[in-house]
Design a protein around this ligand. Sequence first.
Ligand code: PLP
Length: 387
Amino acid sequence: MPTDFIQDELEALKRQGLYRRLRRVEGEQGPTLIVDGREVLNFSSNNYLGLASHPALRKAAKEAIDRYGCGAVASRLISGNMTLHEELEEQIAKLKGTAAALVFNSGFQANVGIFSALVGEGDVIFSDALNHASIIDGCRLARARTVVYAHCDLARLEDELKKAPATGRRLIVTETLFSMDGDEAPLAEMVELAERYGAVIMVDEAHATGVFGPNGAGIVAQLGLGERVLVQMGTLGKALGGFGAYVAGSRPLRELLINRCRSFIFTTSLPPPVLAAAIAAVDLLYQEPQRRLALWHNCRALREGLRKLGFSLGESQSQILPLVIGDSERCMAFSERLLQKGVFAQGIRPPTVSEGTSRLRITLMATHTHEHLHRALRTFEEVRGEF
Ligand SMILES: Cc1ncc(COP(=O)(O)O)c(C=O)c1O
């Protein structure tokens, strides 16, 4: 049968220990969660500041529905450019300290479209080996040559920049806080390299937005590099508790993306309640700085607790703790056993991470309590004993 390949593919994934299934989550997103019918501690969410269920976001979303309805029902360039889109963009530009910002429907959509708008045949993209799948796909679509350099390796990046042809554009792309390892790119040095070798820089601040920098503006703002980074992309669906994404940068960059970025042009724009929730979330970054402090406190406590138990967490100094187990089947079994005992720490395996580096990706929230952390540590210790 011509359709047999589907079953064959699924069987192959099962044999390789790479088969995935969806877990059903009930109720609201918080430090505890009902997963497959059971309440567990949630260490698997990007709701870093706990804003997803914040009363201000709920209220803003409800009011926007009453005032504007549920959908924008057209693309931005047709009739879907509502006042809320522009209000959110002005607010993001102010937060990031850039001249302009442009809202996208998701981080994935932003990343798959930005590269083709900026580079093409004859140009070179330099991409960190651990960059997110959406960046990898965006590079492929751009038809520029993509050179992948070893993770955060400045010497390799410089070598590649030296080897690149003298003609054509050069674009370096990196996450500022890496999503699966929780480590930071050496951004200040990368900016210097870019300037020395005539390249421009694009950063993905998906996991740094809301968490790092002044008022949660991100790592570029923390390092004062805003003027020297061409594209600052980030998401609204992680620490900001809602959905969507943005690019912050210059006014001409915004105009070029409006004109050239296919994933911006050919899609229905974000709906009013999502925009209103994002606006409320950015306001909260200024109004509730204690959330960032609570998150940092929790990061330190869990990191130190896990290290004391002998777990290795790589280079992470952030809210993302990678507890590398290695083998994918063993990693998934460890994660499953934790879940049975009431702790949800998702196992991550290839192709999301490279072969032999399967890990539990433990993420913290501002709203985890001391008791939550204590219970989690006890459970990690018990499950490790069983393995
Ligand atoms: C580094 C990074 N970039 C982009 C994305 C995609 O963003 P979104 O979830 O808004 O599509 C993600 C995660 O989903 C991410 O981790």
